[in-house]
Design a protein around this ligand. Sequence first.
Ligand code: 7MF
Ligand code: ZN
Length: 880
Amino acid sequence: MRTSQPQTIYLKDYSVPAFLVDHVDLRFELYEDGTRVHSSLSIRRNPQLADNHGALELDGDSLKLETVALNGTNLSTGQYQELGETLLVPDVPDDFELTVVTWIEPQNNTRLEGLYKSSGMFCTQCEAEGFRCITYFPDRPDVMARFRTRIEADRTAYPILLSNGNDVERGDLADGRHFVTWEDPFPKPCYLFALVAGDLVEKRDTFTTLSGREIDLRMYVEPRNSEKCDYAMDSLKRSMRWDEDVYGREYDLDIFMIVAVDDFNMGAMENKGLNIFNSSCVLASQETATDLAFQRIEAIVAHEYFHNWSGNRVTCRDWFQLSLKEGFTVFRDSQFSSDMGSPTVKRIENVTLLRTAQFAEDGGPMAHPVRPASYMEISNFYTLTIYEKGAEVVRMIHTLLGPDLFRKGSDLYFERHDGQAVTTDDFVRAMEDASGRDLSQFRLWYEQAGTPVLTVSDHYDEQAATYRLTIEQSIPDTPGQQDKKPQHIPFALGLLDSNGKDMPLVLAGGSDDSLTERVLELTEASHTFEFTGVTQRPVPSLLRQFSAPVRVAYPWTREQMLFLMKHDTDGFNRWDAGQRLAVDVIQGLVSAPDAGEIEPRLVSAYRHLLSDASLDQALVAKMMQLPSEAYLIELADSPDVPAIHQARERVLAQLAGALREDLLSCIERHADNGIYGLTPEEVAGRSLRNTALAWLLHIGDEEGRDRAVQQFREADNMTDRLGALRALVNSGFVQEREKALESFYQQFSADPQVVEQWFSVQASSPETGSLEQIQQLMTHEAFDWKNPNKVRSVIGAFAGQNLAAFHAADGSGYRFLAEQVSRLDDSNPQIAARLVTPLTRWRKFAAVHSEQMLSALERIRDKKGLSRDVYEVVHKSLAG
Ligand code: 7MF
Ligand code: ZN
């Protein structure tokens, strides 16, 4: 527990470690009432540091220190000091062996950092600073050591004992105990350490690398999950092959292990050779997992595997560099997902997340650069900015360099820095050196927070046949940053003629007319481009593929939006035009709620989407999704949440009413053919059918209801079962809804991943997610305060998705969230801090809301013994 005021840590204060650790020898004695950890460290003073004679300082948190020995001799209590979260040994030689014995209590560890127990098994989570909860150690990523780990435990309760690397020795001990010793030949920072002990079943497979080495692939899960491993195992093999093909990266150890645990703060963790996953991000079967879950599993398995190079072999110098590994790895996993499925659909999904949630973060009180300059609690910086904007930054480098030079740059990066702990600057330098391009201005993407706004205006000169585009960029102020410099922005565009054909793009002064798409490079606050030989007024297709994480302001007419929606040769922009049009129509209704019929051209555009079977159905499925309430709120200046909710519902109702026949035939066309597959076409078919169902039930259509009830009963997969359930839950058919919810729970109550879905469908629905109903759900037998997934699926879904209920005018939603955060803060501060997010946006809302959000934040602030995690979020939200 924290005792002093949280301190801010600054990037500018970075200095190299005073001591290096070459080797770590760990011995874990696991018992039911606690664990004894013996740690022997081979330490030497860092020769890189001049005048290096100071005391040894090691990090530790919530440890009971038993003994400290230097070169085999126990130190007396006067020879070391425990000061808050450090162990200080003043008098040490230049080169020595330090042995520390600590006692910890994994069974009482509810923070889920360090070593803890989850459904009877021991497991660890050490990133970012969890290793210090296990033993005293220089807990920073630039201290890289070789680890040897011996685990001792009861043989019956814990037959499986795992750690990083290769198992080199095993045997029996007295009292029914046994041990296994693991050795990891690769030096690594302690955040990549992992230990697992439990009664698990093992699934095995193999993978042969490009150079012919055979790798043992092993998955460890609780026996009840033994049939849910295949998809993750196949995803792993696809990832391994892809990283060889696309990046030339081979796996380096002889064994690669995956473990699933139910209680986990995050999605997964890339521990060297022993990736640990949240069960919901790795276990799947057709009957229990949705298409979305399958897709997520493939992406997360890939992400963690890809970290073996981008993160483990080359790691971060300090936590300010977190995006070095996360941004790059997210970029890599999205490339992989694109290659495995539909690139346009993947891009749409990424951009939706970015524009809805990352842009909101970048415009709020927690806004920070991709490489932050300071933090209080590093766990709060595993953000959408670090991950998603960080990936966009890498993607822009890829766009600027092109695939071949980018690959040259990544080869150079891995070669130059293998085995090192480096910075984002080292990454950019490798890209520069390999390509010969100057990325000095581009580096501002790492330093400046805030989402750039591009204001675009154009002029067509018929006489001269020229088309002029002027693009101005400005970057809004963010906490601690004003008056920003223009950034280097790759801006992809095309120009469409009246038939929807791409026109040649000839820049004034140039002559090359072979290109119909160009990437303009914006570097100034204002840039004008002139295109020549433009024989008719074009419709501009701007920021194709969303080539940069920016907002674009251009005065599109509805005519142009409809045109682009139908004709743009860029699939992403076709989707984007449809979204923009829908946003425009919904916003129109927000400001004029008494207006009658909605835009008839929106209806016919959607009819066209539903009826033209020659269109790419995966793209159509995405286009049929109306912009979310969260996105509409993000776009608004002082959002009136109930009005946005109502307007969106009305547009949905009018569309559904007008398109009833088309929806029914869409359902018909995409009827279940009894074979479940995961190709983009099959996924799109289910998605379209379930959207159509949801629309019909939204307007109380009885044929739709009967189909939903039937689909719910007969579905042979979770996508369709849950799709039908969700449609029923969001309908006014109270009896059918209650019956379906009840039978669903009866059928799946033994499966935590499905119960999470069941919770979240209810908590996110206006029909079943009133505050009283949420409180009811929290008394349900399956709800568990100690399980982050359950907390997220009820409280997180309510505050993050059920926005009309959360933003109730009486402030009850805010007060409720404040209470839950305060309560969780004692047991799991990381989860508590994440749950605060919706309240941090208080300034955005009108006074009635913002005042009550503010007072909810103040209530959290005034709680006694507030964790550093929640302290930082709340204080930054209140500041300024
Ligand atoms: C895909 O990044 C994308 C992001 C840290 C934990 C996993 O590998 C990770 C870990 C957080 C938030 C998102 C992700 C992860 C973490 C994640 C997972 C898969 N190093 Br916190
Ligand atoms: Zn990661």
